[in-house]
Design a binder for this molecule. Structure first.
Ligand code: CIR
Length: 257
């Protein structure tokens, strides 16, 4: 899929107060801002025009914009994030989306959906059921997606102690290629794809992102880089250390469309 635009949001001054299960320590705001700037530059290098969402210290996790909406050609779904502290982030996402989309569906209570749980592979969508995306939210989303001609498979990740979201451990890079961490469930639903399973030491790198050809990968994961180069894919490696400390990855930092 070719993208022309993305929504992004700078890390807020309160970034270090966000939700995390990581034991890697407190992130440094200035380093996070530099890493975010480099991430934005990489998106521009891939041909995207960026829209900056307003940064609000009331929402320390607000930089992880992916969780607040799902964007498809011609329609969009405003999510209802599973963490109560994040539900207010959608208001500014909605305001920005109104400039670009006529059709905006919404996930309603008691449903919750985080964008990080949604993996789109061509016309098929994998919906992670997690601590953030509940069954009611998944059911609402499934109905919306089917009405737009997408097929949907749920993947339950609630038994995983390490995955926050489905895409923490499974991402689709186009051309039939799926990247999997060792802790991603081996669902029958992904049987038709080429599976590239990472070594356990590279599990964090499973969250990677293909943008109009180049693949954005986290810096420091040579196994994934080599496997992608072998398949003729160009990679752009980005230092993600400060976002990793807050359980975030490459897909989380933007909404592409
Ligand atoms: C959170 O726990 O909600 C944030 N600290 C991290 C969200 C990462 N988002 C994503 O993977 N899509």
């Amino acid at each position: 899929m070719q993208y022309t635009r993305a929504l992004v949001r700078n890390p807020a001054p309160s970034f270090a107060l966000g939700l995390t299960q990581s034991t890697e320590g407190r992130p440094d705001l200035n380093t996070a801002l530099l890493q975010h700037r480099r991430y934005c530059e990489a998106l521009v290098e891939c041909g995207l025009q960026l829209t900056q969402l307003p940064c609000d210290p009331a929402f320390p996790d607000g930089t992880f914009v992916e969780d607040t909406a799902l964007l498809f050609p011609g329609f969009t779904v405003l999510t209802r994030p599973g963490a109560a502290s994040r539900q207010g982030e959608t208001a500014s996402t909605l305001a920005a989306l109104r400039s670009f989309f006529d059709r905006i569906d919404t996930i309603e209570a008691p449903g919750t959906v985080d964008g990080g749980d949604i993996c789109v592979a061509e016309n098929h969508v994998f919906v992670g059921i997690s601590a953030r995306t509940n069954e009611a939210g998944a059911a609402q989303l499934t109905q919306i997606l089917r009405a737009h001609g997408y097929s949907v498979s749920p993947i339950d990740i609630r038994s995983s102690k390490t995955l926050l979201h489905l895409k923490s451990g499974l991402t689709y890079l186009g051309e039939g290629l799926m990247i999997l961490s060792t802790d991603a469930p081996k669902s029958d639903a992904i049987a038709g794809f080429e599976i590239l399973e990472l070594a356990q030491a590279e599990n964090y790198a499973a969250n990677c992102l293909s943008v109009n050809g180049p693949v954005l990968i986290a810096d420091g994961y040579p196994g994934l880089a080599a496997a992608l180069h072998k398949r003729g894919r160009r990679t752009l490696a980005l230092d993600m250390s400060e976002f990793r400390k807050m359980d975030g990855g490459l897909t989380c930092l933007s909404l592409r469309f």
